[in-house]
Design a protein around this ligand. Structure first.
Ligand SMILES: *Cc1c(COP(=O)(O)O)cnc(C)c1O
Length: 235
């Protein structure tokens, strides 16, 4: 999305712009102050690599920090937690965005994961990410031709995030069979195979191997067994 233009359009209509950065943080440069965003949230476990259950984050523009309401209150966001006052008084500024006791072991894992970004230019991360997703599309075009797949991701790099999706009527068993071979993507109903590319860790060789495995499974029918048909809640 053109975040600056959409934020400006929201403001022109008298609204605030609140961005969900789950698929942006750690994947591409995002300049919230520069585009005039009001609020943003995101999770720590996708491209930031904080691990399952990693803490999430919130952004509040400086101009809103003394006046915003935060419906999920907890003692860490209280102005005077040990006053035991019986009513909630939000802490000063952005401190009121805190909730209860943070999951410290998870925070430490996230902190360690973030050190991988030290000294890294996000423009470089974006460049490599686009190279990986573009390469995935090229590999899929040539290796999966005639096997019932269709690309569901824009070819225009400016319209891509850091993932690529394919359509196939047997999406779930194909993803399950790939996972069993160590190529981990996910499936989204009704027919999407989704692959995320973390530019800090994934190589072009990994991308080629993923598509080669997918080709091998589709050609051999290795996914057409009962164990890959049973769907868990999270696919
Ligand atoms: C992953 C994701 C979430 C979930 O965030 P949690 O921190 O796990 O609640 C929300 N929005 C989008 C767009 C996501 O991709």
């Amino acid at each position: 999305y053109d975040m600056a233009a959409l934020t400006a359009a929201a403001h022109a209509a008298g609204a605030l712009a609140h961005w969900d950065l789950c698929h942006a943080a750690g994947a591409l440069p995002v300049e919230l102050d520069a585009i005039g965003a009001d609020f943003a949230v995101g999770c720590g476990y996708k491209y930031l690599s904080g691990g399952p259950g990693a803490p999430a984050f919130a952004y509040v523009a400086a101009r809103h920090q003394d006046g915003f309401d935060q419906p999920l209150t907890g003692w860490h966001g209280h102005a005077a937690p040990f006053a035991m006052s019986g009513t909630y008084a939000p802490g000063p500024g952005v401190a009121r965005a805190r909730i209860g006791t943070p999951a410290l072991l998870s925070l430490l894992a996230l902190e360690a994961a973030l050190t991988a970004f030290d000294g890294v230019d996000m423009a470089e991360v974006r460049r490599k990410s686009l190279s990986l997703t573009g390469f995935f599309q090229e590999c899929a075009d040539s290796l999966l031709d005639g096997l019932g797949f269709a690309s569901a991701t824009p070819r225009d790099p400016a319209r891509r995030g850091s993932q690529a999706a394919l359509r196939h009527p047997e999406a779930y068993p194909l993803v399950a069979a790939l996972t069993a071979r160590g190529v981990i993507g996910d499936m989204r109903a009704p027919d999407l195979l989704r692959f995320g590319f973390n530019a800090l860790y994934v190589t072009h060789a990994d991308v080629l191997r993923a598509v080669e495995e997918l080709r091998d499974i589709a050609v051999s029918g290795a996914h057409r067994v009962p164990e890959f048909r049973e769907r868990p809640t999270v696919t």
